[in-house]
Ligand binder design. Structure first.
Ligand SMILES: NC(=O)c1ccc[n+]([C@@H]2O[C@H](COP(=O)([O-])OP(=O)(O)OC[C@H]3O[C@@H](n4cnc5c(N)ncnc54)[C@H](O)[C@@H]3O)[C@@H](O)[C@H]2O)c1
Length: 322
């Protein structure tokens, strides 16, 4: 039996899903393309087999809105590859005038995927654990005027990921859950998008990311293994290659704090007698940002609260700096 890890990618026949399959194959994974478009999935598989080996790719018909289809997908993948390590819940649609369908595919489909992963990979069912990557969206964290239904489905996916990502589930099942929250990607989803704002055409945006670039972030999720996390992927990172991160220090023992005695609106306020951190600890916080390279993150450093990432990134780490 081969030692290569195995991944199932829903909606893996085109767009971001196809790019994720290729990135996984390049990294040495065997891949099951689980798609509702049977012919398209077969075509994509046949294109990739000469490059990555016919023994390393299968395509299985799967409608993520049917829970039974996930059983079929996992059974056939196990039959062929004898193991499943990763499920990528990537299948998705965007049509503001078909709310039931959008919620069914994007949210309920992801819920079915997670449940299948728990059944087949969960330790409490005799599995050996693994990883579930949910492809949400930046619309899973921020409002989007043209896409309330889509945003609701993606917010749901983020809530689902964070909840399954709690230690209770990890201890029981050994499965890590993480969500990817990309901004706009150049795929059919945008070309066929039906939005609430008439004439809105996302394909005309000048900040579309390539599916290949976004697919690399899925590998980053698998590598980082930060349970319950949401990785935001904005355009400027692909374009400029610059990561942005903020250090949010609490009170630090510097002249600025000493000046609060005279320079604040509250007479006599003296912050200099608080729990102050040393500038050296803050400098370590900056080094931590450089080391972690978490784009869009905000690292809080405080004497009483310790140091932790806050905001969009769930508080996933408690980092000793002293
Ligand atoms: N394109 C973007 O701007 C963007 C941004 C953020 C997140 N996303 C998310 O990325 C994911 C991939 O989308 P994409 O942009 O590659 O779009 P796409 O339309 O190119 O691909 C979507 C895939 O999902 C499949 N699919 C649809 N319904 C399905 C079902 N019921 N069962 C199984 N497969 C089904 C389609 O056949 C297709 O292969 C989606 O979840 C989408 O919401 C896209």
């Amino acid at each position: 039996m081969s030692n290569s890890p195995v991944a199932i990618v829903t909606g893996g026949a085109q767009g971001l899903g196809a790019a994720i399959c290729i990135e996984l194959l390049k990294t040495g994974y065997k891949v099951c393309i689980a798609n509702i478009q049977e012919e398209k999935a077969k075509e994509f598989m046949e294109e990739q087999q000469p490059v990555y080996g016919s023994e390393n790719i299968i395509a299985v018909l799967c409608d993520v809105t049917k829970e039974y289809d996930f059983k079929k997908v996992f059974d056939l993948t196990l039959e062929k590859f004898h193991r499943v390590d990763v499920l990528v819940n990537n299948a998705g649609i965007l049509n503001e005038y078909e709310p039931q369908k959008v919620i069914d595919v994007n949210l309920v489909g992801t819920i079915f995927g997670c449940r299948a992963a728990l059944n087949y990979m969960g330790k409490s069912n005799g599995g050996k654990g693994g990883f579930v990557a949910n492809i949400a969206s930046i619309a899973g964290l921020l409002p989007e005027s043209a896409l309330p239904v889509y945003a609701a489905s993606k917010h749901g996916m983020v809530g689902l990921t964070r909840s399954y990502g709690r230690p209770y589930h990890f201890k029981k099942e050994g499965i890590t859950f993480a969500a990817l929250c990309p901004s706009f990607i150049n795929t059919d989803l945008l070309r066929t998008a039906v939005t609430l704002i008439q004439g809105a055409d996302f394909t005309k945006r000048t900040d579309l990311m390539s599916p290949e670039y976004v697919a690399k972030a899925v590998l980053k999720l698998l590598e980082d293994k930060i349970n319950g996390s949401t990785l935001i992927l904005p355009y400027h990172l692909e374009k400029e290659g610059i990561l942005f991160a903020a250090l949010c220090p609490s009170y630090t023992d510097t002249d600025l704090i000493k000046s609060t005695k005279t320079n604040t609106l509250v007479p006599g306020l003296d912050i200099s007698n608080r729990d102050l951190c040393s500038p050296e600890v803050m400098a370590k916080g900056v080094m931590k940002l450089l080391e972690d390279r978490i784009n869009g993150s905000t690292l809080l450093v405080s004497k009483s609260l310790g140091s932790r990432y806050i905001g969009f990134q769930e508080e996933f780490k408690n980092i000793p700096l002293e």
